[in-house]
Design a protein around this ligand. Structure first.
Ligand code: UD1
Length: 347
């Protein structure tokens, strides 16, 4: 049996881990220990995902959150190292590009433990973005780089990384397929909010580059309010944005503001939305999975294929291109492929 430690900590990682942990159960051969760093800790940002997505309870929760990025990452590094020294796993699995990802990768690399990076190879080519540093460093430390798109394989090749890279598709697509029917059956979000099917837009906003500059935040809120003239715009609010708006004295008049939503409510909303506006990477693709056009509230996107295929555009960029389907994300088998590659690489 391969002994694997998985590091998660922030909301998008719970979604990805749900798909892959389910595949561990079906493929077999791997004994997984889940370590939650604690980066996200509110019920609406963490526990709801474990419940709704039936993710196994974390073996350990380190309870490390907040503070500066350096302090957060440093405390995680120290705590994860202790676990890895005790357990000496055969591999460490990390997801995406958060501080928890980098801390897990650094801790494993210093103990010479192979690192598996799911969602490898994404690039914004903007080093001021904390996630870009996290993903570049994690990719350069990883043994197995499991990529969601063809562009991500090309990005790694440009940095001289070819060994251990595989295009497996997007495990978030697997998670969407798994939850879609249940979301339609159990979520009451439309009636709770009094929304008509195909009569509203969904927005999210949380990136540091958008929230931490009050002028930019004000312009983005104005952009959402201009859309709200033609239909209700539902805005589940990340705690970072709430704090930033409060300290900049900005309000959210005309928008339907809510606490962060769980996975099932979000997918129920997406299923009947006419437009998504977001700075989240995950939501750009989830919009496409539901065939809803997306306006990305950033100056670039890591998910270039969504723009090329006409489903996504940048808020200050050119209009949508002609639409076609995207075949990068797979058929819902990305997590199974990920586990098969792990078994092969770590056996
Ligand atoms: C992190 C990730 C980002 C990801 C996002 C998903 C990094 C660098 N960024 O950003 O890539 O898209 O998660 O949501 O890792 N907070 C709460 N309650 C919570 C979680 C956070 O109040 O449950 C507060 C924190 O205390 C902090 C702020 O929100 O003040 C930001 O949290 P943090 O974990 O630093 O980063 P995110 O903005 O969530």
């Amino acid at each position: 049996m391969i002994d694997l430690v998985t590091i998660v900590g922030a909301r998008p990682q719970f979604v990805k881990a749900a798909a892959v942990s389910r595949a561990f159960a079906t493929v077999g051969g791997i004994d997984e220990c889940i370590v939650h760093t604690g980066q996200h800790y509110d019920d609406t940002m963490s526990a709801v995902f474990f419940r709704e997505l039936e993710i196994p309870e974390p073996t350990v929760n380190l309870g490390i959150s907040g503070n500066s990025h350096g302090a957060m990452t440093g405390r995680m590094l120290e705590a994860i190292e202790k676990i890895l020294v005790d357990r000496r796993p055969d591999g460490v699995l990390v997801y995406g590009d958060t501080n928890s990802t980098l801390a897990g990768a650094l801790a494993a690399s210093k103990l010479d433990i192979p690192i598996i990076h799911v969602e490898a190879g994404l690039r914004s080519y903007r080093r001021a973005m904390p996630e870009e540093i996290n993903r570049v460093l994690t990719d350069h430390l990883s043994t197995l780089l499991l990529c969601p798109t063809r562009h991500s394989i090309d990005n790694l090749a440009r940095e001289g990384i070819a060994r251990g890279c595989h295009h497996i598709g997007d495990v978030m697509y697997d998670a969407t397929i798994h939850a879609r029917d249940r979301a339609m059956q159990v979520s009451t979000v439309l009636s709770r909010l009094g929304l008509r099917q195909r009569g509203y837009a969904v927005a999210t906003l949380h990136r540091a580059e958008n929230t931490d500059d009050p002028d930019r935040l004000a312009r983005l809120i104005d952009f959402l309010r201009s859309e709200a003239r033609s239909m209700p715009v539902v805005l589940p609010l990340h705690p970072r944005t709430q704090k930033a708006a409060a300290s900049a004295g900005l309000g959210f008049d005309d928008l339907v503001v809510l606490p962060p939503l769980g996975f099932l409510d979000m997918h129920r909303l997406l299923a009947d939305a006419v437009l998504v506006m977001t700075d989240s990477g995950g939501l750009q693709k989830e919009a496409y999975f539901h065939r809803v056009p997306c306006v990305t509230l950033r100056d670039e996107t890591e998910w270039g294929e969504t723009v090329e295929a006409g489903w996504n555009r940048l808020w200050q960029g050119p209009d949508f291109r002609p639409r076609r389907d995207i075949d990068d994300y797979g058929t819902g088998n990305a997590a199974r492929l990920a586990v098969e590659h792990m078994v092969e690489a770590l056996s």
